[in-house]
Design a protein around this ligand. Structure first.
Ligand code: ADP
Ligand code: MG
Length: 281
């Protein structure tokens, strides 16, 4: 049987052929790590002990209902939250150490910019923390500002920017130290749909160019399918991993993928998993 014309048929790699390839080394290991918070109403299990391995250079998306522990999982991976039990290791190191070495890029939900610093100086901030020269990285900071579409706003203060612009500053800041692992918690939440698509394509480009191991928390199923090699579907009460779904589309992925029937089929599949309908194959 003849294949459909290429323009109607973005290349798909069968999942099986990927699985027979040599496996890349693992960058992040979460091993039976759980987290319970003490609250006024008693202990709250944010995450039941979970295990996850993220391969070097891969892109993993985390989706799940609000409160299922996505941010807690990411904060544990960043060493900002300690698991009650189990272990989290990045390239064999504790995440905190990895972060201190500038190998971890983080952009979380609330952009958390320093309000008295300009866009340029916010993006430069991690370099100063790491004791690196800002002067030597001036070109790079300007490149990042251009990358996130903020050229002309170098001297603006966060209070003068929209929510979406602040998020883009946070994304640029997360990349300034050339991290080998990038953790992003709903970084595109406040962006309009068009800018979001642009940022999706840009993020794929950055990820591919730098082979940055990336974990992205997102509410957007389409964003997860477009960007990820694997989508981790989580469920709440207690927070846990329900299923991990491989996304077999060839790369680089282009915006046309968003309207392909195979893409929609995978989005439906993820939606079913989110609603607890589990594996349907
Ligand atoms: P998600 O990012 O998936 O929306 P979170 O990881 O933010 O979920 O939170 C998971 C659960 O843990 C939620 O019920 C939240 O209220 C609770 N939680 C998170 N952080 C804390 C904290 N510091 N103290 C008490 N409860 C918390
Ligand atoms: Mg969250």
């Amino acid at each position: 049987m003849n294949a459909l014309p290429a323009r109607d048929y973005p290349a798909l790699e069968p999942v099986d052929s990927r699985e027979t390839r040599p496996q890349p080394p693992v960058d992040l290991i979460i091993d039976q790590a759980g987290k319970t918070f003490e609250t006024a109403r008693g202990p709250m299990v944010a995450l039941a002990p979970i295990s996850l391995k993220v391969a070097k250079g891969s892109f993993v998306a985390l989706i799940g209902p609000s409160g299922c522990g996505k941010s807690t999982l990411l904060r544990m991976a960043a060493g900002l939250e300690q698991p009650d039990n189990g272990a989290v290791l990045i390239r064999g190191k504790h995440p905190e150490q990895f972060r201190r070495e500038g190998e971890l890029g983080i952009a979380f939900q609330d952009a958390a910019l320093l309000p008295w610093r300009s866009v340029f100086r916010n993006i430069a901030f991690p370099l100063q923390i790491l004791g690196r020269s800002v002067k030597a990285h001036t070109d790079k900071i300007h490149e990042l500002i251009e990358l996130v579409g903020l050229k002309g706003h170098e001297d603006s203060l966060p209070g003068q920017l929209s929510g979406g612009m602040r998020q883009r500053v946070a994304i640029a800041r997360s990349l300034v130290s050339d991290p080998s692992v990038l953790l992003l918690d709903e970084p595109f939440g406040a962006l309009d749909q068009i800018l979001r698509r642009t940022m999706n394509v840009e993020l794929q480009r950055i990820w591919a160019a730098r082979q940055t191991t990336t974990i992205l928390v997102t509410h957007g199923i389409d964003e997860a399918v477009f960007l990820a090699d694997e989508v981790v579907v989580m469920q709440a009460k207690p927070g846990r991993i329900a299923e991990i779904i491989k996304i077999p589309f060839a790369r680089p992925r282009t915006p046309e993928l968003f309207s392909h029937p195979h893409f929609h089929a995978l989005c439906d599949r993820l939606m079913a998993s989110l609603h607890g309908e589990g594996h349907t194959e």
